[in-house]
Design a protein around this ligand. Structure first.
Ligand SMILES: NC(=O)c1ccc[n+]([C@@H]2O[C@H](COP(=O)([O-])OP(=O)(O)OC[C@H]3O[C@@H](n4cnc5c(N)ncnc54)[C@H](O)[C@@H]3O)[C@@H](O)[C@H]2O)c1
Length: 385
């Protein structure tokens, strides 16, 4: 099978997330890194792209040049990843979708619910794939959690408890650091800081593993560092459309916590617990039985877990390999479209624009509820009410 051609906008030298995308897209030999506009500084982007192996004429100075250069090529890219700062996602994603490219957009997909709805409709009308990088759902054992819950191992799900709490913005002396300050400034970050940055990962994961969507929420938001206009900590209660009760804590001032993403699900017949910092173990407590530890890489866990693990049991698999699973799903989705066939159901798990717009509605709802003393509000985008 010929490799698909992959391009990236953003993710330049020294960026946080660019390397994980390059590793993830390249891992299974399904994509070839073929084009990029990697940096907001045109020359730096061109130079870095070539250093990474791009041909000079496909290492572009900016995304408009890349779009113009790629759209008429016979060997144009099959997928573009948008890994630029948040406020640029909508414009770049929209332009590439309009030109018929498949897109993987970093989260948050857009800055507003309205923009998110436009992207969903655009992907529908163009027939292009628009995925959103909730990359942590790519972990093999997160996929297995979803499979266990879907096949009824836990019975009806009563509670989901999700966390994404770190301590990287806890130093009050950092409040004026420009790399931190913009995140808490509504003019640059929108209506929410910590929930929009991290909370949406945890909330999406709650939906992903339970197979349910969030309907309403109540949020207690606070700026522990008082000079911040937007929240650095939030406690969100929510309800899901299958009757599950949700709890979510997100924070950027939780000193001592590193990445701090984790999820617990409790059903009538058992509980499951997974933490991203120990991603190779899933804790399963069946009702009235002993605790079981499920290891990533065990034989015959579930089709969803089995196809998303590569390294022998007992050796760690981490975040770039989780991203690789999103790319593996996308390669299957793109190839299925090219070959006019149905895609492998176990690969049909990549997060979509629909998930992106649901997150934007949740972000808006958290800000609204927080401003109203944690009143319960509708958390769904208008298009799904
Ligand atoms: N899914 C995840 O787990 C995850 C994790 C971290 C960051 N992110 C998201 O990834 C995005 C990027 O975050 P980051 O932490 O890598 O940021 P960063 O500031 O470290 O890097 C951004 C990169 O984009 C480049 N850039 C900026 N504007 C550009 C433009 N107009 N055209 C081309 N390149 C441009 C910059 O030069 C830089 O190389 C954000 O939206 C963030 O929310 C997602």
């Amino acid at each position: 099978m010929t490799k698909l051609k992959w391009g990236m906008v953003g993710g330049g030298e020294g960026s946080q997330i660019g390397p994980a995308h390059r590793l993830g897209s390249g891992l299974d030999g399904l994509f070839e890194f073929s084009a990029g506009a990697l940096d907001h500084r045109p020359d730096a982007g061109r130079e870095y792209g070539q250093r990474l192996g791009l041909q000079a004429d496909r290492s572009y100075g900016d995304w408009q040049e890349m779009l113009a250069g790629e759209r008429n090529r016979d060997d144009r890219i099959d997928l573009v990843t948008v890994a630029t700062p948040n406020s640029t996602h909508f414009e770049i994603t929209k332009a590439f979708l309009e030109a018929g490219f498949h897109v993987l957009c970093e989260k948050p997909m857009t800055m507003t619910v309205e923009e998110g709805e436009e992207i969903v409709k655009l992907a529908e009308s163009t027939g292009s794939i628009c995925a959103v990088n909730y990359g942590y759902t790519g972990y093999s054992l997160v996929r297995h959690m979803r499979a266990m819950i879907a096949r009824g191992d836990l019975g009806k799900i009563r509670l989901v408890n999700a966390e994404f709490a770190h301590g990287h913005h806890a130093d009050a002396a950092d409040a004026d650091n420009p790399r931190v300050r913009w995140r808490y400034d509504p003019a640059q970050a929108g209506v929410s800081a910590q929930f929009a940055d991290c909370g949406i990962h945890a909330m999406h994961m709650a939906s992903f593993v339970t197979g349910q969507e969030v309907t309403t929420l109540s949020a207690d938001i606070v700026s522990c560092i008082a000079s911040r206009e937007l929240e650095d900590d939030a406690m969100v209660n929510f309800r899901m459309d299958g009757g599950t009760v949700g709890r979510l804590w997100t924070s950027s001032v939780a000193i001592g916590r590193q990445h701090g993403l984790g999820i617990q699900v409790f059903g009538e017949k058992g509980g499951l617990r997974w933490s991203q910092e120990q991603p190779n173990q899933l804790f399963f407590m069946p009702l009235n039985e002993r605790l079981q530890i499920i290891e990533r890489g065990e034989d015959n866990l579930s089709p969803e877990a089995d196809r998303t693990t590569r390294v022998t049991i007992g050796h760690a698999e981490g975040m770039p390999l989780a991203f690789a699973n999103i790319y593996k799903d996308l390669a299957e989705a793109i190839n299925a479209k090219k070959e006019s066939r149905a895609m492998d159901a176990a690969a049909n798990l990549y997060p979509r624009a629909e998930d992106g717009v649901r997150s934007m509605a949740a972000v808006k709802a958290v800000a609204e509820s927080g401003a109203k003393n944690a009143a319960w509000v509708d958390a769904r985008p208008p298009m799904y009410r």
